[in-house]
Write a protein that binds this ligand. Structure first.
Ligand code: SF4
Length: 403
């Protein structure tokens, strides 16, 4: 009987698994496993998949810091029944702490080489190490997020990491760019399976091409995609734009090849003082220019703003609300509001949010009533509070590092 490889599926890690399985496939290792996607409450997973599991079956997790308390609950329920392994951005930043949750194995950094190495260790030698480290020098172009094990087709990651280093962000700091040949190979294969739609993962999306000082590189990728697919998405999640990169030239290129007519643009705050403190590298005026340019080029702009930054003042909150009202009215824009969360690996990993007063919370919630701004921050705020309740109870020494 084959060893089970159980992939712990959650809404936040769906893009991970097809790439990981492709890594096994291109290394000829996937046939060694009974691969299962496990979704839903952990008690159900235990009944359906672990009741007759072997101790050397494997359960994989991938998560970010906001999911830590939830993942810790899963691990407490399954540890000892199977080998448990964790990867993802949180684990890469805090591998020792992740191990202390009860994981048998941690993966840090890119998985392209390290995951294949682990799969060989376990299938060929029946052994494994407690830590596998990927490196930014590992191959990035070979694996693509397509697998014969599931009909799910995530966007293609054409940029991994980001050169901007905003202080709240945990995206890797050493950007890598997929080659055109790899993009081409992915598009051909995807078209054989799903001939309709393609999207891309690209933090700071218009940076593609900067690595080879080639201003036409992105246009080549999008034009190639458009010649093969009916719908091409770019400049929306997960390939958002920075405001200062929004120009008539860049939007004309997006309009020529992409089919979306909405753009997601990072604003992050209306306060120039805050934008400078978080090292965004643009101003509030850049955001207004981006909204105007989007309209002139036939797009509607959706802006992201984060509330409750460390040390955020009541004045900044009022400034944000006035800005949101003004920009939505003048430019038919919309705002997605998020709540600050201290992500492991970011400059702010040990900063508390400045939680809002009831009056401030009501003021931001009222923006949702006419569709001006999403109330997503409200759920984020609950997650932040749940995270700190978990940490103070279970890891008081770690909690003491927050300020
Ligand atoms: S927030 Fe966006 S621009 Fe800033 S570092 Fe993260 S991915 Fe890059």
């Amino acid at each position: 009987m084959k060893r089970r490889l159980l992939l712990r599926v959650a809404p936040y890690n769906r893009f991970t698994w097809p790439l990981l399985l492709n890594i096994l496939e291109i290394n000829g290792l996937d046939d060694a496993f009974d691969i299962r996607f496990v979704d839903g409450p952990v008690a159900m997973i235990i009944d359906d998949h672990l009741a007759d599991a072997r101790r050397d079956d494997i359960m994989l997790f991938s998560f970010m810091t906001p999911h830590l308390a939830h993942v810790a609950g899963d691990i407490a329920a399954v540890r000892g029944r199977v080998i448990t392994a964790a990867g993802g951005i949180h684990t890469s930043a805090w591998p020792d702490h992740t191990r202390s949750l009860g994981f048998d194995i941690v993966f840090t950094g890119p998985a392209e080489r390290s995951f294949a190495e682990f799969a060989r260790d376990i299938t060929e030698q029946n052994t494994y190490r407690d830590r596998y480290d990927g490196s930014d020098n590992d191959p990035f172009d070979d694996a693509i997020p397509l697998t014969r094990h599931i009909r799910f087709f995530p966007p293609l990651e054409i940029i991994r990491g980001c050169r901007w280093h905003c202080r709240y962000c945990a995206t890797g700091r050493h950007p890598r760019y997929r080659s055109f040949a790899s993009v081409e190979r992915y598009l051909e294969k995807l078209r054989e399976i799903v001939p309709h739609r393609v999207g891309f993962i690209a933090p700071s999306a218009l940076d593609y091409g900067i690595h080879e000082n080639d201003p036409d590189a992105l246009a080549r990728v999008l034009s190639h995609a458009r010649s093969r697919f009916r719908f091409v998405e770019f400049g929306v999640f997960p390939s958002e734009l920075r405001p200062e990169s929004v120009t008539h030239e860049s939007l004309s290129m997006i309009k020529r090849y992409a089919t979306n007519r909405r753009l997601v643009i990072g604003c992050q705050s209306a306060s120039n003082k805050r934008l400078s403190a978080i090292a965004r590298g643009h101003t509030a005026d850049d955001v207004i220019r981006a909204a105007a340019t989007a309209n002139e080029c036939g797009f509607r702009a959706l802006f992201d703003i984060i509330v409750a930054y460390p040390d955020e003042t009541p004045d900044e909150r009022s400034e944000n609300i006035l800005f949101i009202r003004d920009v939505t009215k003048r430019y038919n824009a919309r705002f997605h509001l998020h709540h600050f969360f201290p992500l492991a690996g970011s400059d702010y990993e040990f900063r508390f949010p400045s939680f809002m007063s009831d009056a401030e919370r009501n003021a931001f919630l009222s923006l949702a009533q006419n569709g001006t701004a999403t109330p997503w921050w409200h759920e984020d705020e609950k997650n932040a509070r749940a995270y700190f309740s978990y940490i103070v109870k279970n890891y008081p020494d770690l909690y003491a590092r927050y300020h």
